[in-house]
Design a protein around this ligand. Structure first.
Ligand code: BG6
Length: 503
């Protein structure tokens, strides 16, 4: 079979049009799991919808579920109907369904002859050319056995790539062990460690905003910026993942990966180009420059009962799968410093939590106050500092807060917002992060994936922040569901004469 050349397709706007991927066979371990249904299959459907995949591809789901190809296809059809951002079209679905297969097996089958034979067969019938992508959508304890089995069963023809979901380890030691294991069998450029935040359109826009506009670079430093606030707030609780979450907590679940990526992208130096190594080198430099915050600079919380949008919700300790005396944090706030020439003494305040009043991910760059405003202003409102607010989600866009004269006699100043909203400016739906990331992996572009040394730097910082928690028992729960987190998080900023952005 030959590769199709992708025709210009207006629907492909929003996903960069590049060369189409080479033929491939994608094996998904954990094919009956939540991630496959909610994210992976809808993303693959959207890629087919936009004509972004080659003709010659096949997808092989692997899980312990007893099912034939047909039954698996029916499950996946429903998953696409339920979760795709695109309308369901039978003709598009058929293109995917014809290339969708299933094997019942557990992880021990990863390198088995049966699986290899099935893939070889797909090479014959679907022209997949021996090119293999293995997607590990399985709990972390299954990574090791799968990687070992796949490594031992590597074949000579075609390329092999491995996509690994987070969490990549549970601390520095286990993250390192996992890196050593995968490096035993795979080259670093064959490993795609997912952090889905990097696939978000608005997160990538952070780089464009900074590096495609001349006006920001001269003021993007300690001379002009007072501090940065990064918020990843969720109103959801643990959503049936109590078992996993209770062993993980907010620090490992969100700070170690998503939040540190946002800090790195905000603070990094301009890379020499947008190739994977250049971008990742700069991010690693930021992580290396961050020094460990002392215990007073890290606040933790756990939600108790409360209300979300007027409806009562249980406390964390009452959730399914959570120990009734759990000391797992569902909220973290911290003051971080990036100790380099650009950012010395400029705090990066970060906070993340479950069961906060609403879903909001933002990066707020707060500039220093005007040195000497020559106006007499009676209320504080008039003299608020400028803030560049990057809305990662929802209401994706960028907004700049500036002081403006209220029309009328005298000088009265009020903060107004200059807004750019994605929805209004581009009028196309934003691609889901997984569409971008799967396509990038198929194209062999690792820019938006976490490199081995990067994940180790992230764990080193997180381990250091977690260490003092071993000594002090927390007084949990310490914030009510539906509020903005514990008192200690407010204190963290109040001590510096600052406060969290108003909501
Ligand atoms: C995941 C975490 O990585 O990110 C979840 O495991 C969290 O706990 C989720 O809810 C948040 O992602 P998003 O895209 O909804 O902001």
């Amino acid at each position: 079979m030959t590769e199709t050349v992708v025709a210009p397709n207006p629907l492909a706007e929003g996903l960069r049009m590049r060369r189409p991927p080479e033929p491939f066979a994608l094996t998904i371990f954990g094919a009956s799991g939540d991630l496959t249904q909610r994210k992976l299959m809808p993303a693959l459907y959207s890629l087919v919808f936009r004509g972004l995949l080659p003709d010659a591809f096949a997808i092989l789901g692997v899980s312990r579920m007893e099912a034939a190809d047909d039954v698996f296809r029916e499950h996946m059809r429903q998953a696409v109907i339920d979760h795709s951002r695109d309308e369901f079209r039978e003709d598009v679905w058929q293109q995917l369904a014809e290339r969708l297969f299933f094997v019942t097996a557990d992880v021990s089958a990863a390198g088995s002859e049966a699986l290899a034979a099935r893939l070889d067969e797909l090479d014959e019938t679907h022209g997949t050319s021996g090119n293999r992508v293995y997607y590990l959508a399985v709990p972390p304890k299954a990574f090791g056995p799968i990687v070992t089995a796949l490594g031992n069963a590597r074949k000579a023809s075609g390329w092999t790539r491995l996509i690994v979901e987070k969490p990549f380890g549970t601390d520095l030691a286990t993250g390192r062990q996992l890196n050593e294991l995968v490096h035993r069998y795979f080259e670093e450029q064959e490993i795609y460690r997912i952090d889905h935040y990097l696939g978000k359109e608005t997160v990538q826009n952070m780089l464009v905003l900074r590096f495609a506009n001349g006006i920001f670079e001269p003021i993007w430093n300690r001379q002009f910026i007072d501090h940065v606030q990064i918020t990843v707030a969720e109103s959801l609780g643990v959503e049936g993942r109590g078992d996993f979450y209770d062993e993980t907590g907010a620090m490992r679940d969100v700070v170690q990966n998503h939040m540190l990526q946002l800090v790195a992208l905000t603070a990094m130096e301009p890379p020499i180009d947008f190739e994977a190594e250049a971008v990742r080198n700069e991010k690693v430099k930021v992580l290396k420059a961050m020094h460990t915050p002392g215990p007073k600079h890290v606040a933790r919380g756990q939600y108790g009962t409360g209300f979300i949008e007027g409806a009562p919700v249980p406390g964390y300790r009452e959730e399914d799968g959570v120990a009734p005396d759990s000391e797992t944090e569902t909220y973290v706030a911290a003051k971080l410093y990036v100790d380099n020439w650009r950012w010395a003494d400029t705090p990066f305040y970060i906070r993340t939590g479950k069961r906060l009043p609403r879903r909001e991910t933002t990066i707020a760059i707060q500039f220093k106050r005007a040195p000497h405003p020559p106006f007499e202003v009676d209320d504080e409102e008039g003299l608020r500092p400028n803030v560049l607010l990057i809305h990662i989600q929802p209401d994706e866009g960028v907004s700049l807060a500036v002081g403006a004269k209220v029309p009328g006699q005298g000088v009265s100043i009020r903060t107004v917002h200059m807004d750019f909203l994605y929805g209004g400016a581009f009028r196309v739906g934003l691609p889901e992060a997984y569409e971008r990331l799967i396509l990038d992996c198929l194209l062999g572009d690792a820019t938006l994936f976490t490199r081995a040394d990067e994940v180790e730097e992230q764990w080193a910082l997180v381990d250091a922040m977690l260490a003092p928690w071993q000594r002090d028992r927390p007084h949990f729960p310490n914030y009510a569901a539906g509020t903005w987190g514990p008192h200690s998080a407010d204190e963290l900023l109040r001590r510096d004469g600052r406060s969290w952005r108003r909501h």
